[in-house]
Design a binder for this molecule. Sequence first.
Ligand code: SAH
Ligand code: SF4
Ligand code: F3S
Length: 483
Amino acid sequence: MTETRMTDEVDVNSHPPLEEEKRQRYYIAKMQQLVKEKETEIGRPLTACVTTFGCQMNARDSEKLIGILKEIGFEESTDENSDFVLYNTCTVRENANLRVYGRLGHLNSLKKQHPGMIIALCGCMMQEETVVEKIRKSYRFVDLIFGTHNIFKLAELLYQRMTEDGMVVDVWKDTDQIVEDLPVERKYPFKSGVNIMFGCNNFCTYCIVPYVRGRERSRAPEDIIKEIEGLVADGVVEVMLLGQNVNSYGKTLNPPVSFAELLERVEQIHGLERIRFMTSHPKDLSDDLIRVMAKSEKICRHLHLPLQSGSSRLLKKMNRHYDKEQYLALAKKIQEAIPDISLTTDIIVGFPGETEEDFEETMDVVRQVRYDSAFTFIYSKRTGTPAAAMEDQVPIEVTQPRFDRLLKEVQEIAKERCSRDLGRVMKVLVEGMDDHDSANVTGRLGNNTMVHFPGDASLIGKIVSVRLTEARGFYYMGRMEEE
Ligand code: SAH
Ligand code: SF4
Ligand code: F3S
């Protein structure tokens, strides 16, 4: 699903243009030539494999990277034994980081048997100087490294690597640039992420994201609306508005636009059926947003409201700008205004200094709010963040049992919550065939719960009415009903 086609003629014999979008189109055209030459040389098309680690931001970035690669002339592949291999990395927790190093070893052995293979790394991990140093020193077979701020430069950097010797490294510390209108290859024809803002200014003390994604920048509402209109014209029925803290969208625009106002404008887009967004920081969630959600026909009944901890003492140390009581009051206000809302959350166990009492406060919030689901994490020390330098780090022998207790509680509640719509007829967006039963399709309710029911591929991308006939823990079985 290519969203933007390069229709303009580009003169590849002239100098590269200065204006960024034009410049990248120029390098895309240069690369097209180069790829054609290589294809003739080896007698087959060139393949590219992009692997994405991390969050929805990275997933959306990968769609942009794949869009550029396809435009250049690469065939997309899921096989890592490809001519171009790209890892779009995540560094939010150490595990994410270690997985990349582990897989790089395997890539090296593939490259030894694959002449001309180009290995590239990008994404959040590459924004860390220590990582780039380590790769330069110990992973010398890597060809190209770039960061989160210059993914739009892929064609130019690849051109540089293919026409010069040595590793190409281009990582920017930060940027105020937002390059619009480059090609994007969507993973799903019927739904899409849409960046509404980049970066984060919150500096929660455990979190590395503000250091690797830079300062907060919002896209102009006109650009967002234009992009969504284009997506809808191309068959998209559901969008997910993406930002690290969507509730602070638009504060720095001139004139300022609130997230609630943006949602109202997106709601007007004809043909768009569902609106989701992620993530909402509790400190900035406005009454306006609750009001807009409550009356909306398109905004899904799902709110991801990261708690992180239920202990007011730890929340302060985390720099979250709310306490336990404020969070509980907010959750209650939302549940009262939108009774069918699904609340989900993120929770960290074992933040420095966490005592048994602190942990019990978290368990208490979990029991009071009754989340539909929760992502639970063991605190991971990230170099350069304030929490990494805190003295009272909690050992894994203490955090693991707490984590297990929390997970059990969260899952029991989620199971109970999930069955609450049993027997009802609800709208489902069909996303694909059921992996476990080829007579079934799989789709999602507005509140994000999965439903499996008999159907065929012609339903994919459609919103249909389904009676929920059986609750199976975290998902439903169902049967399609006439409208
Ligand atoms: N911007 C989003 C979260 C992005 S990171 C927000 O504020 O909600 C996704 C989740 O990873 C966070 O909500 C947090 O729960 C978790 N996380 C971030 N840093 C972490 C760390 N150092 N250790 C463990 N979990 C972490
Ligand atoms: Fe990290 Fe906090 Fe920003 Fe979320 S809001 S990305 S947790 S610093
Ligand atoms: Fe990971 Fe970067 Fe997202 S660190 S969680 S991929 S913003």
